[in-house]
Design a protein around this ligand. Structure first.
Ligand SMILES: [Mn+2]
Length: 331
């Protein structure tokens, strides 16, 4: 299959330097060669040239009086949620730059998916999914989403304790965000309505902020935490997750994989380490199982930070995981 490799060196969704270097590090460590070796044709579109951050416009404050509009306001389909939030801080750092960057990702992913390619988007921090997912849904509206992460990424500018946008993308692609974030008008995409919480599975989660926990519960996303994986094993959990969001197999899968889902012992090179994560084999099993379904047509790899890595261990792991997603198996 032809794989479009989309470099998305976006780092403004969080605050630690280095995460924008991941696409280059993955290429340097042999990503393209590894994909060719397992039989794929690779079309490397290079790295997108994103706008740089400007200090004076880093934070977008939203008046708290607008707060009622926060729930699924992008495309309210009749008020299925009843969440009441009590956040006091409403902000999204670097929203202008993240919005413009994700628009660029979205257009390119849509174009490459329409051309029939497997879309491999390399972050950057996890706010890149605010581009890759709208892009893939535009091209392939019947997509179900598997989000592999230590965190929920289900904050909104209203609930976020930090204001870092890499903690918001899953909530935002599902429409849980306030209107009026600058440079996010394009996200009001009719086709994105198709992505509803019932076709989203969150796997590997073990750290949730209070506001996002409530919102996630009310939203009805299928959540498979680390405790579920401990109890039932990764195989049964993934079977259940895939059946829950795509039971009749009529949808394709997009996987948005945050490297921080994996235990810090295996993946030390990332900005928000949380202990008690996926083992090396569990991480591979997730991607092998989705790959074996024959329905995986796009993948994000986010939050690899070469500057925080130990001897390139996390970058190398990223390449191995991508290869598992693209069909490499032990036997
Ligand atoms: Mn994440």
């Amino acid at each position: 299959m032809r794989v479009s490799l989309i470099g998305a060196p976006l780092a403004l969704g969080q605050s630690k330097p280095g995460v924008g270097l991941a696409p280059a590090a993955l290429r340097r460590a042999g990503l393209v060669e590894a994909l060719v070796q397992i039989g794929h044709e690779v079309f490397d579109t290079g790295d997108l040239d994103f706008p740089r951050g400007k200090v004076h416009q880093a934070e977008v404050e939203i008046p708290e009086t607008d707060f009622d509009g926060a729930r699924r306001n992008l495309f309210d389909e009749g008020g299925t949620t009843t969440t009441t939030l009590t956040a006091t801080v409403t902000r999204a750092k670097h929203a202008r730059e993240v919005g413009e960057s994700c628009h660029m990702i979205s257009e390119l992913v849509c174009q490459r998916a329409t051309a029939g390619d497997f879309c491999l988007t390399l972050g950057g921090d996890h706010s890149i999914a605010l581009g890759s997912i709208p892009g893939i849904i535009s091209a392939r509206p019947e997509t179900a989403l598997i989000w592999v992460d230590a965190h929920g990424d289900f904050n909104t500018p209203e609930t976020s304790p930090s204001g870092n946008m890499h903690g918001m993308p899953l909530a935002m692609v599902l429409g849980y965000a306030k209107e009026g974030l600058p440079n996010f008008d394009w996200l009001l995409n009719e086709k994105l309505r198709k992505l509803t919480p019932d076709r989203v599975a969150l796997v590997g989660v073990r750290s949730l902020d209070a506001g996002e926990r409530r919102l996630l519960k009310d939203a009805g996303v299928h959540v498979y935490s680390m405790s579920d994986i401990d109890r039932y094993g990764i195989g049964p959990v993934m079977e259940k997750a895939m059946a829950a969001i795509n039971g009749d197999g009529r949808r394709t899968f997009h996987v948005s994989f945050d490297i921080d889902s994996i235990d810090p012992a295996e993946a030390p090179g990332t900005g928000t380490l949380v202990k008690g994560g996926l083992t090396y084999r569990e991480a591979h099993t997730i991607l092998e199982m989705v790959s074996e379904s024959g329905l995986l047509t796009s993948l994000d790899l986010a939050e690899v930070n070469p500057e925080l890595d130990l001897n390139g261990q996390t970058t190398a792991l990223g390449i191995e995981l991508i290869c598992s997603a693209l069909g490499k198996s032990i036997f």
